[in-house]
Design a protein around this ligand. Sequence first.
Ligand SMILES: [Mg+2]
Length: 294
Amino acid sequence: MTSGTLKINRRAFMTSMVAGGLTAGVNARSPENSISGQLNEIELSRNPLLWTVAWSNTAAEFGALCHQAFNLARLRVDEAMEKHSRSERPLAVVTDVDNTIVHAGSYWSFLISEGIDFFDDEIWDRWIPENLIALVPGAMDFLKYCEYHGVEIFYVTNRDQGPRTYSYALNQLQYLNLPYSDSEHLVVFRESSDKTSARERIGESHELILLLGDNLNDFKRDYYVADVEERRALMERDRAEIGDKFIILPNATDGHWVRAIFGESEPAATDENRLKLLAAATRGAWIGARSTQG
Ligand SMILES: [Mg+2]
């Protein structure tokens, strides 16, 4: 990303959002009607988010990976039910919400259509209450399957949209008609992304079969490290649990893998950070052609 390529008229943008830009349906936006009026399609097409968002918006492979995760989750539920006796604690599944059950595609598409190339917390907070959401492929079938068999679902999420955070989150679950969408089964962490205490508390009353998430931090706090190699080494350490107790969904837009690159989960849209992204993307780049020239 070259300097200044994706500058937006931020004041005009936020004015349009206050005027109801998001409520109109973000998917209706296109580069042609970008509110800044300063970006043409070529400029918008230089956004590094394009590939990952285009992929999750269009690729059958994205849906297939989600189904693969939920099919495996169902198999683990079946195994647990087979072993479970009625006298034991009730069975339960703990799931993350964003990008595990709820797909945030319209948010990311909106950012791109406005020339924004990094996660934008202010826009996210405005997007959440609009319920411009979709279900992750396979999520509803899996959750209904659990409900049918009396396996309880606990939703554990980390969000902060101010004092109404909890009601927004609960409203989303109910808007999607998800099983167990009540205050007994929803835990929201506003101050921290550490979900350990919720897992432990639920584990006291229930036998936890599975954890579902799009971020390894949804499974263990160990993954909250700002080092790419350390994080990958932890994942290798835990590889036997992946697909067993940990079911992971694909998400290439955000998560603590971003923190491992930038040192923070929501890095600012600066040229310094664009260069860090470039460095991450070119790690191990092929230099063979260059080395044989001349
Ligand atoms: Mg998530």
